[in-house]
Design a protein around this ligand. Structure first.
Ligand SMILES: Cc1cc2nc3c(=O)[nH]c(=O)nc-3n(C[C@H](O)[C@H](O)[C@H](O)COP(=O)(O)O)c2cc1C
Length: 172
């Protein structure tokens, strides 16, 4: 399939490894957050809560709990994606929150790319420490961290399974 047929936001879809330390303006941030607010969720429960980390001192502290990942202090936007509910199951018997938060995170990343920024999702962090640091209530969890910002990270070649390996029609 020709790459040209795919949305640019997907083609720019590399998980950014290095950000240029520059702020992102508030209007852009608003649009990124709005995209997440509009994401779909199971039974429309919208279990997400987003904590935007702006303060430099907090960024430094957060970085300590993210294995010193420089992206935490360099990215223009740092969004902690939390869930309010960890028990709700979908009609298929599976937990909804990982999918719900993934949907929202995906919207954040798409909008960031649409704004001409790079985006990344991280799960390499110490959750108990971050929960304590941000006073995340006991029953809630930190599911992912999404970063967005200016980058010069060049699109590396896609390392993805071939279509024939992952797509079939009418049977497994
Ligand atoms: C659920 C999930 C968790 C991820 N966690 C991390 C992470 O902790 N650190 C990181 O650098 N990338 C993380 N990634 C990014 C993936 O490693 C990346 O998307 C994948 O290797 C493909 O690379 P590409 O998106 O740059 O093409 C995560 C992606 C997903 C969807």
């Amino acid at each position: 399939m020709a790459y040209m047929d795919v949305m640019p936001e997907i083609l720019q879809g590399t998980n950014v490894q290095e950000f240029i330390p520059e702020p992102v303006d508030d209007e852009t941030l608003e649009r990124i957050l709005e995209a997440a607010r509009l994401a779909p969720s199971a039974k429309n429960r919208q279990p997400w809560r987003f904590i935007v980390i702006k303060k430099e001192s907090l960024r430094e502290k957060l970085k300590d709990h993210c294995y010193s990942d420089d992206r935490i202090t360099d990215a223009g936007v740092v969004i902690i994606c939390c869930t309010t509910n960890v028990d709700y199951k979908m009609p298929n018997g599976q937990l909804s929150y990982p999918m719900d938060i993934a949907m929202a995170a995906s919207h954040l990343m798409f909008q960031a790319r649409h704004e001409g920024l790079g985006a990344a999702i991280l799960t390499t962090y110490q959750e108990p420490e971050i929960r304590a640091m941000l006073s995340v209530p006991y029953s809630m969890r930190v599911v992912a961290i999404v970063l967005a910002g200016k980058t010069e990270d060049k699109r590396k070649p896609y390392n993805r399974l071939e279509r024939k390996r992952i797509i079939s029609f009418d049977h497994w």
